[in-house]
Design a protein. Structure first.
Ligand SMILES: Nc1ncnc2c1ncn2[C@@H]1O[C@H](COP(=O)(O)OP(=O)(O)OP(=O)(O)O)[C@@H](O)[C@H]1O
Ligand SMILES: [Mg+2]
Lengths: 291, 275
């Protein structure tokens, strides 16, 4: 499913003295089936933007096109858009309410008016995607740990099987293992369903590892957008708006500056490690040749 | 959206009204209300309304905001005006058109009623809601009621409860908004369906809301205990309230004003203005 944003703007508390423009004339096309990251400093309008993508906020001006149809054109289209574009909020663990984890995950599918059998299969499937133990399904969501609650909340949106899945800071406040598991689940979801995934994040490391395309927001505007390699080449620009490139990229850039021959598209520790090993091997070989 | 509800519409500022002691403002408001009930003719209610609007520059509140806050009154005013116009049969008959009879008394009565309600709302909101922070207000109430501590009324505890409640209203509103959005994203529908299904649709909002409110209360209680809070006994304050010359001046002013209004009750006025 194709998602296009056309000249989107949003102003909070519109015509009062407290008016604040949170998104300003933003246009973009999200590549189908991609994992797109949205980065930007605090208050740059990321959460506002993603809430317009599924019609929770109505833009002050502009359009959100799903397969070419403006989702705000009528009530029914808008409601359908909520199911087609799944949105997981920042700190979603506070939205849990059912008696059991399984029922909570099944809340979205129930609203889609699916049959009980279908709801049950989707619940199991979603729990597997996020790596939630099946034993937990019968427990109360309030008895889970923070990380487990987060997974239940993400599964709750995945269970609706949206062709576009948006997550606002899905991994904030989790430990590295928890982060990896959540992102792993997102990748599995994308690979199995062919969905488009949009991830809002502050973590450059996560973006470098998982995002294929990246949109950079700064002061309510879209500053840059493009593939990961294109974006991370602009280290100086990113730093100038208070963002950063991954730590390891700084290291690689410093090494390059000192004359080591390394490629300029290393953003992950694993990639850098491989490149450094290759370089070391090469230097050793050359060194051996000289002797 | 929910965010648009402004509770305790306090306008931070530094004006004459802002600087008055909250206790004095409570007294002034009380006196002002009493004065409104003393006013018994069109001239005095008009003066009272005018006085209320004189507070607008004194508190440096935008006139637009004040007028907007009076907007909900329009239905009450419309309703009482219609009643008064058609049912009061004092004074001269002005209109006699089939079943519509309008008397001069009806008009006077309707006008003074409208002015009275306006004066009441404008005066109290300007003196209290707009220019007194909710915290200062509870502080004022606590100190005014503190004599009741002698007869074992837990005044401090009530005031603390009120302060906490006021502090958390915006937080709760924000949270409700967030939870509502999250459930809407999962396809919750609050707008259509029968009354029962709409009521049911609120469960996914209330449960998380209560859970987080209770969690917050628990956290707050722990935090307060960690700072050795143990109720009002022996507690001193960082910001003590004290009356100043300004407060005395305001009190004198309103007393004079009251005397004037009361005097006007017996002033020889054209009969048609009486109510
Ligand atoms: N409910 C609201 N009412 C008024 N202004 C708001 C509201 N929500 C956000 N804003 C303002 O809009 C701007 C953009 O907010 P938004 O939440 O979209 O930022 P963000 O990029 O998601 O930030 P963060 O990374 O901190 O989550 C901010 O300046 C914020 O102050
Ligand atoms: Mg945000």
């Amino acid at each position: 499913m194709k998602l296009e944003l056309k000249n989107l703007s949003y102003t909070y508390s519109g015509d009062t003295t407290f008016a604040r423009q949170a998104v300003d004339d933003l246009s973009a096309t999200i590549r189908e089936g991609s994992i797109t990251g949205i980065i930007g400093h605090t208050g740059s309008g990321k959460s506002t933007l993603v809430q317009m993508m599924n019609g929770l906020l109505t833009p002050s001006s502009g359009e959100v096109l799903l397969d070419g149809v403006n989702i705000f054109s009528d009530k029914k289209t808008l409601r359908d858009a909520r199911f087609k574009v799944g949105l997981v909020f920042q700190y979603p663990e506070y939205q849990l309410f059912e008696e059991t984890v399984a029922k909570d995950i099944g809340y979205g599918p129930k609203n889609q008016k699916l049959s009980p059998e279908e709801i049950a299969t989707r619940t199991l499937e979603a729990a597997d995607f996020v790596g939630l133990d099946r034993e937990l399904l019968g427990k109360s969501p309030f008895d889970l740990s923070g990380g487990q609650k987060r997974r239940v909340a993400i599964a709750g949106v995945m269970a609706m099987r949206p062709p576009i899945l948006i997550l606002d800071e899905p991994a904030s406040g989790l430990d590295p293992v928890g982060r990896e598991e959540i992102f792993g689940g997102l990748l599995r979801y994308r690979d199995q369903t062919g969905a488009t995934i949009i991830i809002v994040s502050h973590s450059m490391e996560d973006m470098a590892r998982y995002a294929e395309d990246i949109m950079v927001m700064s002061d309510s505007r879209l500053l840059l957008s493009g593939s990961r390699d294109e974006i991370f080449k602009n280290a100086d620009l990113l730093c100038s708006i208070g963002l950063d490139v991954p730590e390891v990229t700084h290291l690689v850039n410093e090494l390059r500056r000192r004359g080591y021959e390394l490629p300029d598209n290393l953003y992950t520790v694993a990639g850098a490690e491989a490149a450094l090993r290759a370089l070391k091997a090469k230097l050793q070989r050359e060194g051996a040749g000289k002797c | 959206m929910l965010k648009d509800i402004t509770l305790g519409q306090f306008f931070p500022g530094n004006s004459f009204l802002h600087k008055l002691d909250p206790r004095m403002k409570l007294i002034l408001t009380l006196l002002y209300i009493v004065t409104i009930f003393f006013a018994n003719n069109l001239i005095t209610v008009a003066i009272l309304t005018l006085a209320a609007f004189l507070l607008v520059p004194l508190g440096r509140i935008p006139m637009k905001t004040v007028l907007k806050s009076l907007k909900p009154l329009r239905w009450i005013i419309l309703f009482t005006t219609v009643l008064n116009l058609f049912w009061v049969k004092d004074g001269k008959q002005l209109v006699d058109f089939y079943f519509i009879d309008i008397y001069s008394g009806g008009i006077v009565y309707a006008a003074s009623m409208a002015l009275r309600v306006t004066a009441l709302l404008a005066g109290t909101t300007l003196l209290l809601s707009y220019t007194t922070s909710p915290i200062a207000l509870t502080d004022g109430i606590e100190q005014m009621l503190s004599p009741l501590k002698k007869i074992k009324v837990p005044v401090h505890e009530f005031a603390m409860m009120m302060t906490i409640a006021l502090r958390f209203i915006p937080t709760l509103i924000e949270e409700t908004d967030k939870i509502m959005s999250a459930q809407k994203a999962r396809g919750a529908d609050f707008e259509t369906g029968s009354l029962l299904s709409r009521a049911k649709a609120l469960i996914p909002i209330f449960i998380p809301l209560f859970v987080s409110a209770i969690r917050r209360a628990d956290d707050l209680a722990t935090a307060m205990e960690c700072r050795c809070y143990h109720g009002g006994a022996g507690r001193t304050r960082m910001n003590r309230l004290h009356y100043s010359l300004r407060d005395l001046f305001a009190l004198l002013l309103i007393l004079l004003f009251m005397a004037g209004i009361i005097a006007l009750r017996w002033a020889p006025l054209p009969a048609f203005l009486g109510i």
